[in-house]
Write a protein that binds this ligand. Structure first.
Ligand code: IPM
Ligand code: MN
Length: 357
């Protein structure tokens, strides 16, 4: 049976993951979609308790026995250096070489789109964020720390292999899903070495995809265009850091951090474990209030279904979520007054009694 490692993590992580598991359980009971759950006690609590971050044995067992990981959120004020989170999160993204972090930016209701005169139709693209290198590689150092002459360096790592495979993954995705536009974004006007590589590889690869329009925008211009007219974009491919930033902007376009989901995978090794995470963080200010938005996690469950071939289930779940948006059955971040649990209840109720098509 497919094994799903579950890492609720920090902050609101456990609250939203709990809701995701209720939905997963509904599909198990009603449709026989089986995942064997493996609950992992990893996160700030565990780190503070016994110093454990991401043991090699756990990493290896995930790699060898799990089809997927569902991660809630990481980040806790009691671990200001973020050590545990880096070990766990980057331990999976980089350790399993899950180089494609795919973040769909799709508004599921007109009311969620914050731009004047725009509707859900206008916000429907997918960001391919490089997930294993760039500034996140963690290469760097500090010199003369704490002095007036101190130096702090983080190196931006861009390998030919890394750049090529993420750009190719974006084109392949476009071709597979019938999309006709791929945009690569970098900052090659300022980063003349690293991002000249991105330019060159993009120009090379576009020739392999004749039916697909290949466009380039510098990252600053992309931010502007995303707000001015998001409907021009279908697939965006960019580096790790820009992908991080632009998907927060994307989250705002689709209704906020409460509704943004992501999956990290290695398209060259589809058999390898895949990592599903809501894009939002641990949101310490919301902890324990019962008002965190579970929808990002529910959409992760949808992505999980899609990845494992349960396309019908993914669609049903999305239809149910859309219906709750239409009915304004939402948590306060989206203007509603429902609790985390009540939103899931609303989704479950609609799953049980689908609206007539
Ligand atoms: C994200 C998050 C992480 C990132 C943080 C928590 C390190 O912001 O998944 O977008 O920057 O990748
Ligand atoms: Mn982020």
């Amino acid at each position: 049976m497919r094994r799903l490692a579950v890492i609720p993590g920090d902050g609101i992580g456990p609250e939203v993951i709990g809701e995701g598991l209720r939905v997963l359980d509904w599909f198990r009971r009603e449709q026989g979609i089986e995942f064997e759950l493996w609950q992992l006690d990893l996160g700030a609590e565990r780190y503070l308790r016994d110093g454990t971050t991401f043991p090699a044995a756990v990493r290896d067992e995930i790699a060898s026995s799990c089809a997927a990981v569902l991660l809630g959120a990481l980040g806790d004020a009691r671990v200001p250096g973020f050590e545990h989170a880096r070990d766990i999160l980057f331990g999976m993204r980089m350790g399993f070489d899950l180089y494609a972090n795919v973040r769909p930016v799709r508004a599921l209701a007109d009311s969620l789109v914050p731009l004047r005169g725009r509707s859900a139709r206008d916000v429907d693209f997918v960001v391919f964020r490089e997930n294993t290198e760039g500034i996140y590689a963690g290469i760097g150092g500090q010199l003369r720390r704490g002095s007036a002459d101190e130096i702090a360096i983080n190196e931006d790592i861009n390998t030919r292999k890394g750049v090529e495979r993420i750009i190719r993954a974006a084109f392949e995705y476009a071709r597979r899903t019938g999309r006709t536009r791929v945009l690569m974004s970098d900052k090659s006007n300022a980063m003349r070495y690293a991002h000249e590589l991105w330019q060159r590889v993009f120009q090379e690869l576009r020739g392999d995809y004749p039916g697909i329009e290949a466009r380039h925008l510098y990252i600053d211009a992309l931010c502007l265009e995303l707000v001015r007219d998001p409907s021009q974009f279908q697939v965006i491919v960019t580096n790790n850091l820009f992908g991080d930033i632009v998907t927060d902007l994307g989250a705002a376009l689709q209704g906020g951090m409460g509704v943004a989901a992501s999956v990290s995978s290695n398209p060259d090794h589809p058999e390898r474990v895949k990592l599903f995470e809501p894009v939002h963080g641990s949101a310490p200010n919301l902890v324990g209030r019962g008002t965190a938005n579970p929808v990002a996690t529910l959409l992760c469950i949808g992505l999980l279904f899609e990845e494992f071939g349960f396309v019908g289930a993914a669609q049903e779940l999305e239809v149910a979520i859309r219906a709750t948006f239409e009915a304004r059955e939402t948590t306060p971040d989206l203007g509603g007054s429902l609790s985390t649990r009540a939103v899931t209840d609303a989704v479950l109720a609609r799953l049980a009694r689908p609206a007539p098509a």
